[in-house]
Design a protein around this ligand. Structure first.
Ligand code: CP
Length: 305
């Protein structure tokens, strides 16, 4: 598999996904053996214009576990020359002289695409703006479904939360839409439902989906419950539909889930999943974060060669 920039989920084909997951399995085995790979002359720059815990640390962990090195800025607006008004393009041109790959989280939709258009080294989109994409999160989510359920095609998935703004669910819907027999339940208040660009994509690919606001009705139907934050900070106060508690997992709602179903979340979680769910073996969100390291090792190896 040859990859250069990783900008959006649509660029991945089913054979690429199969190969990526096989490589991620190998990376997991290498880490379990305490091994490393031959990337000691390779430098990853993580350039983050927005806060992050998982994406930044797991990419940095992935590079270190490959044997490479990292340099990093978080809050680039404050801690880099972006604070003087330097453009994204100039920042990328300069950092491209210091590193071999840039992991970029930008605060505007299309930021990663702009960076890739002028970058000599691979750009990996680590999330761009409100309602953009977060393809590497979606890839690790799909990898988690593959590991936990042992198949992807034919699974019924509920995507729950603020679907309008959530870049994770947008990227994941694009990826799931590549599988013919997948069924997607978009569960959200009507004001925060999935946007038409994704629905049109699913229509073009003949993928079954429905828009739902009744979470309890959907819970017994699905193999995967994918919770997300409501991202209240991104919603105009006037359009917030309360109570958001309808889109919340507690002990009672866990009882509605099938015994084989899994509960996922890209994290951070706030109130969407009660801590009591953590001990349930169907709650896989912390295993999901670990899978992120192996999947990102596989992505880095693919773009670096
Ligand atoms: N899931 C995710 O993107 O988390 P961070 O914002 O902590 O990177």
């Amino acid at each position: 598999m040859t990859l250069h920039h990783i900008i959006e989920s649509q660029q991945f084909t089913l054979p690429m996904l199969d190969e990526l997951f096989r490589l991620a399995d190998q990376m997991g085995n290498t880490v379990a053996r305490g091994g490393t790979l031959d990337y000691q002359h390779t430098i990853l720059a993580s350039l983050f214009y927005e806060p992050s815990t998982r994406t930044r640390f797991s990419f940095e962990s992935a590079m270190l576990r490959l044997g490479g090195r990292i340099m990093s800025t978080e809050r680039a607006q404050d801690f880099s020359s972006v604070s003087y008004g330097e453009s994204l393009e100039d920042t990328i041109r300069v950092v491209g002289n210091y590193a071999d790959v840039i992991v970029l989280r930008h605060n505007q939709v299309g930021g990663a695409k702009r960076a890739a258009a002028i970058s000599a080294i691979p750009i990996i989109n680590a999330g761009d703006g409100k309602g953009g994409q977060h393809p590497t999160q979606a890839l690790l989510d799909l990898y988690t479904i593959y590991k936990e359920i042992k198949t992807i095609d034919g699974v019924n998935v509920a995507l729950v939360g603020n679907l309008q703004d959530g870049r994770t669910v947008r990227s994941l819907a694009y990826l799931l839409g590549k599988y013919e027999r997948v069924k997607l339940y978009f569960v959200a208040p009507p004001t925060l439902q999935m946007k038409s660009d994704i629905l049109e994509y699913l229509n073009r690919h003949n993928v079954w989906y429905c828009l739902e606001s009744d979470f309890k009705k959907v819970l017994p139907e699905v193999d995967v419950v994918y919770m997300t934050r409501m991202e209240e900070e991104k919603i105009p106060a006037a359009s917030i539909e309360k109570p958001f508690k309808r889109y919340f997992i507690d002990e009672d709602s866990m009882k509605l889930m099938q015994p084989h179903a899994i509960l996922m979340h890209p994290l951070p979680r706030l109130n969407e999943i009660a801590p009591i769910a953590d001990a349930d073996p169907r709650a896989v969100y912390f295993r999901q974060t670990r899978n992120g390291v192996f999947l990102r090792m596989a992505l880095l190896a693919s773009v670096l060669g």
